[in-house]
Design a binder for this molecule. Sequence first.
Ligand code: 5GP
Length: 346
Amino acid sequence: MRIEYDIKLGFKDVMIRPKRSTLKSRSEVTLDREFKFLHSPTTWSGIPIMAANMDTVGTFEMAKALSNKKLFTAIHKHYSVADWNLFASNLSEEESKYIAVSTGITEQDSDKLSEILKFNPNLKFICIDVANGYSELFTDFVRQTRRLYPNRVIIAGNVVTGEMVEELLLSGADIVKVGIGPGSVCTTRIKTGVGYPQLSAIIECADAAHGLGGQIISDGGCSIPGDIAKAFGAGADFVMLGGMLAGHDESGGEKIVKNGKNYKQFYGMSSYTAMEKHVGGVADYRASEGKTVEVPYRGEVETTLQDILGGLRSTCTYVGAKRLKELTKRTTFIRVAEQENKTYSE
Ligand code: 5GP
């Protein structure tokens, strides 16, 4: 047994220090970024915020709405090949730039991915997603996927430490997804005691990835727009959102009416609900590692996006970053023992 004593930080432990700025208005700020990738010859530009590949978030409807604003969606892996064919045949070349096909690491997953991509060659992004990215089997799958699709952009995760980010990039990933345990409907830390505070995970993993010419996605733990700004400030190239995009018309999940108020169901992909729905229940050797919750219904996602993007532009204005790309360079975090004033919160 060993203990690392330097403290690891989450979003709640810091704030961003304001800096002198010559920007006159947040309208001068651009959130667009352009990326070239470590392996894939593709160039991508857009606003680097992503909907999570959960069936209550990363739906076809969400992808349509987000791609309209140049935001990205990792589509959940439970659509059939037929669903994909129908959806992708109605996609413009522009829209398909903002979509990833998600896959697990079984042989069936690999076969399904190959069918989806064969019929829809304009889909350029693959998201290989497992809860625990530390297994050798996972790295092998990343390597095999790179061999099969030399030109696609491969996202792989989740991990939280620099050495594993390097391993995945060297095995063929272009972008590594970072986050174990911070998610709003995640119970991994409760069930297993395993995790890593997200802000420190981003700082350490971004450093490792950027050293090799790769990128990272901060995945999970953002519950307010300020958290997204902190994730970018810490060095995330992309930020992935689950709960913040749940509860909308475009999100999956059932609508529920309770005491005259509208809600939508939202659940973790390893929750009892998800496992019942997709694999016929929780296998007897494992525990569910996700919650099922009801979130207030919030209408169209466009209103929420405006709130998020407005907040991020404002952060950039506070620190004098004319472009989102400059935000990390202009970020000084201060350690704090308080966050927002809750006097009037419900
Ligand atoms: P959020 O933005 O809601 O805080 O976090 C979303 C992320 O939580 C997802 O992208 C995924 O990485 C993670 N997640 C989703 N479902 C589950 C689950 O059932 N268990 C765990 N451990 N993590 C989950």
